[in-house]
Each structure stands twice: as C-alpha cells, then as structure tokens.
Design a protein around this ligand. Sequence first.
Ligand SMILES: [Fe+2]
Length: 381
Amino acid sequence: MSVISMHSPRNITFGPGCTDQMIKDIIASGKKRIYILSAEPLIPKLKTQFDCLSENRIVLRINTSIQAEPAFADFERIIAEARDFMPDAVVGIGGGSVMDMAKLIAAFIGQHKPVKDYIGTDLITERKTHLICAATTSGTGSEVSPNSIIIDETENAKKGFVSPYLIPDAAYIDPVLTLGLSPLITAYTGMDALTHCIEAYANRNAHPLTDTLALQGISLISRNLITAVRDSNNLQARTSLALGSLYGGMCLGPVSTAAVHALAYPLGCDYNIPHGLSNSLLLPYVMEFNLHAAEERYASIARATGITDSLSQHDLAVKGIEFIRYLIASCNLPAYLHEAGIHNNSIEKMALAALEVKRLVKNNVRELNLEDVVSIYQQAF
Ligand SMILES: [Fe+2]
C-alpha cells in the first residue's frame, strides 16, 4: 500500500443549520475585522447571522463581486480592497468560485510578491490570516481542499494553486443554505461532486483511505441528485448531496482528479461552460476510454450507484456508465459537446490544452496521448 497524507481543516462542521455555529465560533474566536466574500443572492439569507456579528462589535466588509469563475483581474481587484480593510479573518461563503478566491486572498493578503509566481503545487508555504469557508452549493468541495483554481486571462487557461496552506482553518457545510438552488446549478454542481468521487476512486493514486469516502460520495450523489434537481427544497436530498460533495472534496487533496477535469478545463476557458457542466459532458466518454484499464473499479462504482444485477465485472462496469448517462439526461443536461455550443474545429486546440494540465492527466488510470484526447472529444461531440 502506498503512503498517503490527508490534510483537512482543523474544524469541519456539517449539518442543517450549522451556519449559526459558524457565527458562534467567529464570535468566540475574538476576531474583530472580518472580510467576507459571498454572492448577492445569499446576503438576505445571511442577514440575521451578519447582524449578530455586528452586534458583537465585529466589523464586516462584504464583497459580492464574484459572479462567475474568477480570473486574475478579479484577484487583483479584491486583494486591493482586502489589504485596505486589513481583516484578521477572511470568510468565503458561497460556491467554488467564491471559496477559491477567499482562500487565495487569505494566503496573499500579507505579502506582495506576484501571485502568478505561486501557480502550481506546494509553492504557497504560508498563510497568516485566519480562513473560514462555508459551502453553499454541493459541488466543488473547495471548503476542505488545498486547491484554488483561477482563470489566467493572458493565456486563456485555468491555473491551479495547490497547497496545504489553502485548506481553511474551519469549514462549515450547512445544507439549509443550498435549499432553493436552481435545478441547473444543482445539476452542474452535483455532477462536479460526482466526478470528484469517480475520478478519486478510479485514479492511479487511489488509496483505501479515500476509497471509502469516494464510494460513499458516489452512492449519496447518484441516489439523490435527481430528487434535488426536481424538488429544490427537499432537505433530505440536499443534505445527502452536501455530504457526498464533502466526501468528494476530502479526496481532492490526497488523490485529486484526472482526465475528466483535464479535458473539461478548455471548455470553461474557450466557451465559458460552467465547470460542472464541462465535467458532465466528458464524464461518460472518459469512463469509456478508461474502462479496460479500471474495469474492477468501474464495477464497484456501478454497485455504489445502486445497480444490484448479477453481471460480469465488465457488464457491470458498462451498466454503470449507462447509469451516468441516465443521470445526465434526467438532470436535463446536454449529452454532447455540440449541444453546448462547442465547434468541431476547436477539438485539436482543446486537446493540446487538456494535455497541458499535467497535474491531472498523470493521475488518469489509462495513459493519454494527443490522439486519444482528440478521439474522446470527438466521441463526446
Ligand atoms: Fe471539479
């Protein structure tokens, strides 16, 4: 068995209503100036909690300017405001875009070297500002992961920062905050979380420590996503998705993702396709490509989705991929790249860009060359 290290927030708090616990913990921590990154639609939901902080003489600066996957220009604008405010804690309350930005802001607020010098793995070696993340979508798992993904506008590519110092000090996952999410965002983020679990389980670096989390995440997400898409206020389904997403996020640090995410990145950069949808568009095709290299793993994934048929390992694995296609269709998501507005003549360029995401391509259970990636995109087209 290989050696694996799992870094997590010191405090992970999970459960309906746990935002109140976050507020109590902030007050108890003695922090007095809190820089909050969030999203405009969440502010009315959080009014009581923010008022409570203010009543306890905690000064808040709230920034809700992130509306899409963030780029370096967003980082420069927000870090300037955060440095001006001089907080003693940064709190990200939102989806992956908000939390990824909060993590970088907390890490860079006290130092002035160019942020781009730190793109890559383990180059960020300190963070002096307290960092709290609260997830309001069930997707990225950013609240517990060491990753922060930012779009580099000059290269039109997504760049990843990976460091244990980007793991928040505390993470809160309150399924109540995900109630009422639109069917589309629920489907996108749910497919992202499912992809994290599948890619962590069928991965060159897969490990028993994360296998259990990944399989349980697959089970929770695959059995509850359709319900949550159809009934946005179903707290039981929302809680299951939030837990599945948390499990997926816990796999991101020690194992990470693989070819689905690598091939998905160019869709986000070149066509502004949301991250979860990009993954969903490629997931069944990458699974088909990988099938022979990970048949046993894919059979276990099929069982985790609830397939109980007594089939051969191969047939079970194939049935699991069929189930993923059923899930995508049931969430009303497109099944082909052309349905998402992607042009056939972009495939070669996207394939070259995907292979550049070496930190993820190297994890794939089957080696990929340019011809393979082009072929996967063509299958998905
Ligand atoms: Fe993802």
